[in-house]
Design a protein around this ligand. Structure first.
Ligand SMILES: Nc1nc2c(ncn2[C@@H]2O[C@H](COP(=O)(O)OP(=O)(O)OP(=O)(O)O)[C@@H](O)[C@H]2O)c(=O)[nH]1
Ligand SMILES: [Zn+2]
Length: 208
């Protein structure tokens, strides 16, 4: 493994030191898949495809090499005593399901109740992007976003909702088109307070 590449596994159950194959090995694996689907990896249109796919994977799955807690960056305290909910909604995200490695496409809505300090707004979208660029289940991704904000910022509460279409359900398998899966994680002050949860959902669904 390239020792200069830091990796952050997507589960506490997996090992960060899992050996990383070389780029050549990864490209050879793509050639095998091209043959498996019935195409000819040596035809002109496909000769560069293995290297393109590996480069694309570096980007699409780049979230394993970024520490989400670090990405949240600095906090700000000078917000004139603002202490109410902060919601960033309609954050577009792409991920890939860990069962079929095909896309999950959706929106994330992330809110927290500050405890004296706030986050840079873009950093919330960055955390969504980092977890999205790993193999995921929607449930795990929802919980990971909430836990990262809770652990780094120590706010009074965190609420996360993801709504997404799973291409493994629309392109293949059951082939349901357009169905959406909704998942929520409510932590701290949101956890046992239906009023706070309803307020979050009202703010998310207010489309004016
Ligand atoms: N809970 C959960 N399930 C997911 C997610 N993404 C995909 N799945 C499901 O993972 C399951 C895998 O089921 P399996 O029976 O092992 O695989 P499969 O034969 O390909 O299943 P089908 O999709 O029903 O054809 C499917 O029901 C998928 O819909 C996710 O984010 N969360
Ligand atoms: Zn799937």
């Amino acid at each position: 493994m390239d020792a200069t590449v830091r990796q952050f596994p997507n589960s506490t159950a997996s090992d960060a030191s899992v050996e990383r194959p070389s780029r050549e090995e990864a490209e050879a694996a793509v050639r095998v898949l091209l043959r498996w689907i019935g195409d000819d990896p040596d035809r002109e249109g496909l000769v560069d495809t293995p290297s393109r796919v590996v480069r694309a994977y570096e980007e699409i799955f780049g979230g394993y090499r970024i520490d989400p807690a670090e990405a949240l960056g600095r906090t700000f305290e000078d917000v004139a005593g603002y202490n109410d909910v902060v919601l960033v909604k309609d954050i577009d995200f792409h991920s890939h399901c860990e069962h079929h490695m095909v896309p999950i496409v959706g929106k994330a809505h992330v809110a927290y109740l500050p405890h004296d300090k706030v986050l840079g707004l873009s950093k919330i979208a960055r955390v969504v992007d980092i977890f999205g660029r790993r193999l995921q289940t929607q449930e795990a991704m929802t919980q990971q976003i909430a836990d990262t904000i809770k652990d780094s910022l120590k706010p009074r509460g965190v609420a996360v909702m993801l709504e997404a279409e799973h291409m493994c359900m629309s392109m293949r398998g059951i082939r349901t088109r357009g169905s959406k899966t909704l998942t929520t994680a409510f932590l701290g002050a949101f956890r046992d307070d239906p009023v706070a949860q309803t307020r979050f959902l009202t703010m998310v669904y207010d489309r004016r």
